[in-house]
Design a binder for this molecule. Structure first.
Ligand code: RNT
Ligand code: ZN
Length: 418
């Protein structure tokens, strides 16, 4: 089937494929830098363990070991993904000139100047994340620590990150989502569950007392159910993070990571629930397998469902800020990035090709029989042809044509990193 035939098939169901493609190609979706180096960053000893209850597994060759390698890998990735990518950095990816190392509480905008140049060269915006893990000042708690000195260090880190986010927003002319997540929690049953939460709340208040323009810097609070080594209790639980965001709507957003809930809970259903109260929310899209395993995002049912809810709730008109968040060290990392990003684009395009108004009318008229019939038939429309056309429109390879390039890059560049 040709693209023209596929387009006609969609048109017969009153679906405008061109409008869908035009919409998607202008929606920023964040590409996380941390897939390229197994979340190590550049500001601490690279042999140190990843802490905070997150884990990368696997040792596929070719991990980026410095800013040059990471940027080269990202350059490659950016030629293979359609849409409007936005970078997503962690504070631990600061780039220091010779002898200019600064600790996390002393980070400055200048430590991200090279990233600004990178984003400008790619004509993209940038999101940002304070890094409250993999650092000697994790005792192991950070913002919720009972130790005054620890907490102050991490509050100062958060404030420094607000200043860096303002700089990124100003330089790149796009809003910056600044996500606050800590792995603070306990392996076993704590005696005090409230103290750490009250301290965490006060610490976020202090961080957000650093001046910023909420239209350009959008701090978020990300919740989590549990992490490895912190199985019994998480300070920033769902209720904590959501309540914080709800009570501080004028200065921050809630962030949901779809790996951070009990295994039978789905974030797709939570999007419309939150949007009934919040004007805007942020997402981390990942793929949990039995736990927050951060596998590469697939074109699977829940990813499609998430994207349908984003589209149906006007999420693409500035109400939902979308970012990827996964890290797989067991396969080619460039491919991991590309597969996940392309899949999220696929799921968004697939969602945009739903005749939402027709379906909602059926629901409201109680016509559930036909609703089921049409929803099922939508699944086998010739989507592949539309997807290929979208890739061509974005000047990136269609399916079947990009992997050879990744293999070539692996043979030429990654194999040398031994
Ligand atoms: C961890 C959170 C968090 C991190 C990144 C690296 O469970 O999902 O968002 O993955 O900040
Ligand atoms: Zn996340």
């Amino acid at each position: 089937m040709s693209y023209a035939e596929a387009k006609a098939k969609y048109a017969s169901m009153r679906i405008d494929v061109e409008a869908a493609m035009d919409k998607l190609k202008n929606v920023p979706v964040s590409l996380h830098c941390w897939q390229g180096d197994d979340v190590r960053g550049f500001d601490t000893d690279p042999s140190k363990p990843l802490t905070g209850g997150i884990q990368t597994t696997g040792n596929y060759p070719g991990r980026a070991r410095n800013p040059e390698e990471l940027m080269a890998d990202l350059d490659k990735v950016l030629t293979l993904i359609p849409g409007k990518p936005k970078m997503n950095l962690h504070a631990s990816y600061a780039i220091f000139e010779e002898g200019q190392w600064a600790d996390r509480d002393k980070l400055e905008p200048k430590h991200f100047a090279k990233w600004v140049a990178f984003c400008k060269a790619h004509n993209c915006g940038c999101d940002f994340n304070p890094t409250f893990f993999s650092h000697p000042m994790c005792d192991p708690l950070t913002l919720s620590s009972p130790n005054e000195e620890t907490r102050k260090f991490w509050i100062d880190h958060g404030k420094a990150c607000i200043r860096i986010s303002s700089y990124l927003a100003e330089e790149l002319g796009q809003p910056v989502i600044m996500n606050i997540w800590t792995g603070d929690g306990f392996k076993d049953i704590p005696a005090d569950r409230m103290g750490p939460r009250v301290r965490y709340k006060d610490a976020i208040d202090e961080i957000l007392s650093e001046p910023y323009d909420f239209a350009n810097v959008k701090p978020c609070v990300e919740s989590k159910v549990f992490g490895i080594g912190v199985e019994a209790y998480t300070v920033g639980s769902a209720e904590f993070a959501l309540s914080y965001a709800a009570m501080n709507k004028e200065k921050c957003l809630p962030l949901m990571d779809n790996g951070h809930y009990h295994p039978t809970e789905v974030v797709s259903d939570k999007i419309p629930a939150l949007l009934a109260f919040f004007p805007e929310l942020a997402l981390h899209v990942t793929r949990p397998i039995r736990w927050d395993s951060d596998h590469v995002v697939l074109f699977d049912d829940e990813t499609k469902e998430l994207c349908k809810e984003i589209v149906r709730c006007s999420g693409l008109d500035g109400r939902v800020d979308i970012a990827l968040d996964y890290f797989d060290a067991s396969i080619n990392r460039i491919s991991a990035w590309v597969v996940g990003y392309r899949n999220l684009q696929k799921a968004l395009l697939f969602a945009l090709l739903e005749p939402t108004e027709t379906l909602q009318k059926m629901q409201n008229e109680g016509n559930f029989t036909e609703l089921m019939v049409v929803m099922e038939e939508l699944k086998t429309l010739p989507f592949g042809e539309i997807w290929d056309e979208y890739c061509r429109m974005c000047n990136v390879p269609v399916d079947g044509e990009w992997f050879a390039e990744v293999k070539e890059y692996e043979n030429k560049i990654l194999e040398e990193r031994k």
